[in-house]
Design a protein around this ligand. Structure first.
Ligand code: NAP
Length: 293
């Protein structure tokens, strides 16, 4: 199976590297070509556009920002669909709405291509270590055919159901991610105001009943003053919008997620959209009137 990879951002570059190490990666495409340089030096083909990448590949993976961006690389000028390559399998591993997934599947199937939605969780750390959790929606037989490709990037591979169900599972996950990030930041600001030793707060939160991925991975970054993205605030705001949209369409009340959306949107408006989700602390510093030492 020759795999072509589109989108060499924080996640995509690490995932593509794991595919390379397992002998699957044949070609890459990135809008900003310079990010493909590390792959070029490994003799991986660098395609001029998504159409050319699709022509070189049996399986195309997309890992770009959101629904409209994925639509552009699939169906825009020189997009994957223009390759008209019957039998091609297209896998979208970015986080998009289930409605986008259904629309992509329908349009690609008309061209004789298969589609899976296969978003991931586990952050930049999981992407580098090849320990992502991957949630897959689409036809079971297509999933089984490309399972080894998923196994090169992830540890737990879950078949979630028909097309769109990978994204549904991911949005459920994002609700929990957002709320646990807020829990970490809110607890830290309380501790700061109450004059507690933050290293000891970290010891307690990371070993007791409050443990979470946010506390284990993002709190140490905050304690070093590191706001750089593993996972961007603008991306989480996008995920929460998709989650609210999906929940509303099914009549599911998500009161805390609605508040979470407003908090991350506010952080973005304060200029922290391209920082990591731990940078939510900056909004809390503004409303608490203290800065994390
Ligand atoms: P990122 O670092 O911002 O990278 C985004 C990538 O998408 C870049 O390669 C960018 O190309 C490309 N791109 C964006 N719009 C494009 C367009 N219109 N046409 C062509 N390429 C385009 O993002 P990331 O953190 O890797 O996240 C990628 C996806 O994974 C998102 O859906 C995100 O929600 C999801 N995700 C992220 C994490 C995480 O922890 N970071 C975890 C799970 C899932 P350029 O280089 O040219 O800008």
């Amino acid at each position: 199976m020759r795999v072509g990879f589109i989108g060499l951002g924080i996640m995509g570059s690490a995932m593509a590297m794991n595919l390379y190490k397992r002998g699957f990666l044949y070609a890459v495409y990135n809008r900003t070509r310079s990010k493909a340089a590390p792959f070029e030096s490994l003799n991986v083909k660098v395609a001029e556009n998504p159409k050319e990448l699709a022509e070189l590949s049996d399986v195309v993976i997309t890992m770009v920002t959101d629904g409209p961006d994925t639509e552009q690389v699939l169906f825009g000028k020189n997009g994957v669909s223009e390759s008209a390559k019957k039998g091609l399998t297209v896998i979208d591993m970015g986080t998009n709405s289930p409605a986008f997934a259904r629309s992509f599947a329908e349009r690609l199937e008309k061209l004789g291509m298969d589609f899976l939605d296969a978003p991931v969780t586990g952050g930049d750390v999981g992407a580098r270590q090849g320990t992502l959790t991957i949630m897959v929606g689409g036809k079971k037989e297509v999933f089984e055919r490309v399972r080894p490709v998923f196994e090169a990037m992830g540890k737990l591979i879950v078949y979630a159901g028909p097309v769109g169900y990978g994204q549904r599972m991911k949005l459920v996950n994002q609700v929990a991610v957002a709320l646990s990030d807020i829990a970490m930041v809110e607890a830290m600001m309380m501790a700061e105001k109450l004059g507690l030793d933050m290293e000891k707060v970290y010891q307690v939160l990371s070993t007791g009943g409050a443990r979470s991925f946010s506390i284990e991975n993002y709190m140490p970054r905050l304690l070093k003053g590191d706001l750089e993205p593993g996972f961007r605030i603008s991306h989480l705001r996008k995920d929460l919008w998709y989650a609210l949209e999906e929940a509303k369409s099914e009549g599911v009340p998500l009161p805390a997620t609605s508040m979470a959306f407003e908090l991350f949107l506010s952080s973005e408006n304060l200029g922290y959209g391209e920082k990591g989700i731990q940078a939510l602390i900056k909004l809390y510093e503004r409303i608490s009137g203290v800065e994390l030492k």
